[in-house]
Design a protein around this ligand. Sequence first.
Ligand SMILES: [Zn+2]
Length: 452
Amino acid sequence: MNAIADKQFVDYIIEADWLAPVVPQRQLLEQHAIAVQDGVIVAIQPKNEIHRHFHAAQQLELDGHILIPGLINLHTHLGMSMMRGLADDVALMQWLQQHIWPVEQSFVAERFVRDGALLGCAELLQSGVTCFNDMYFFPQATAEAAIQSGMRAYIGLVVMDFPTKYAHDADDYLAKGLAIRDEWRDSDLIRATLAPHAPYTVGDKTFEQIVTYAEQLDLPIHLHLHETQQEVEESLTKFGVRPIERMRQLGVLDPRLIAVHSVAMNEQDLDLMQSHRVNVCHCPSSNLKLASGIAPISAMLKRDLNVGLGTDSSASNNRLDIWTEMRTAALLAKAQQQDAAALPAWQALEMATIHAARALNADSSIGSLEVGKRADICAVNLQHINSMPCYDPISQLVYACGREQVTHVLVDGELQYQKLSFQPGVYAGIEPTEIKEIVQLWQAKLKPFKAM
Ligand SMILES: [Zn+2]
């Protein structure tokens, strides 16, 4: 009998020195390999066993590397990427009123969003991010950039009660968003969320409509909530209650909700989040840079709240770099608690993977390296000056590594990015010249809006 005939033919076998599957919790496998077929992880076995059962069209032998689940950016606005560095070191309202909103009023349209989102996808992919949760105008354009890049994307169907160049009222936002959701319904990589922008830009009636759609269509709700103390004060003046209590009254608080930021929180706010099993998206760099504050993440984790990590936009961060967010989240939690054991490395990695997947109601298919899950995989070279010597690979990932150590990124079983040593990274779907051209075009147009 032919030995090859007994073996299952697969698309990829990827071998590495270490593998951190994230589920089971804190497991670290050594000298293992993953077999991938038709976008699915079909086996995780020791290197010396896997070849007895499988032979592959392509084999990656990644010495000195660790394989981890593709990272998930749980909150971003990729369409804003052309505004990176346009206005830094200014207060939130000045930043919005004098810089961000005038640019949006002048330029936001399909092309601006698509080009910005493509730049954002390129940055995310080279950082090992395989999935992002977005919220911005012209969401169709962001979906198109994700498809070109080969990324998995949760596209926020943004809703506000104010007219913009994208839509003239809440009904118009909803109608446009739902049409986009219908158009991408059969896509393997694109999913929709309902994305009411914030309690201060969306009225009660619109929130009620959104809750009804979320239930009918089984969609997550992606919402900025309690980003600043000012937001809380204004809600008390206008509605007589804190924003989160208003959300409770309107039926928004439930396990479908991804509450982004959640910085200005008191004990009662946390009680509400816990009793309604709300998901939180922690964006530490954006909150620090805009001087919004520090979210009480340890208190949330103690209450068993599900917390993922987001970068926010590159206009307020300015890096779409989940590695920075993992490290900053861990360091802030330790300082805040005055406890060096708070938010350990393995928990930061969970926040960037399985917890974010859970927030998107996608943890049965992504967020960990397990047989049967979609093959969203990131390979990281630990044989790098940044991370030598290596006593504990998971600790190295969070405290020492940078995104430049990411060498291979697979999304849904397709190799979408790879970087061989001493060479620039190569994308399957993005030409470097295309990025250069679109950036030159927009930089010239936006330059007059630069903060002096
Ligand atoms: Zn945001």
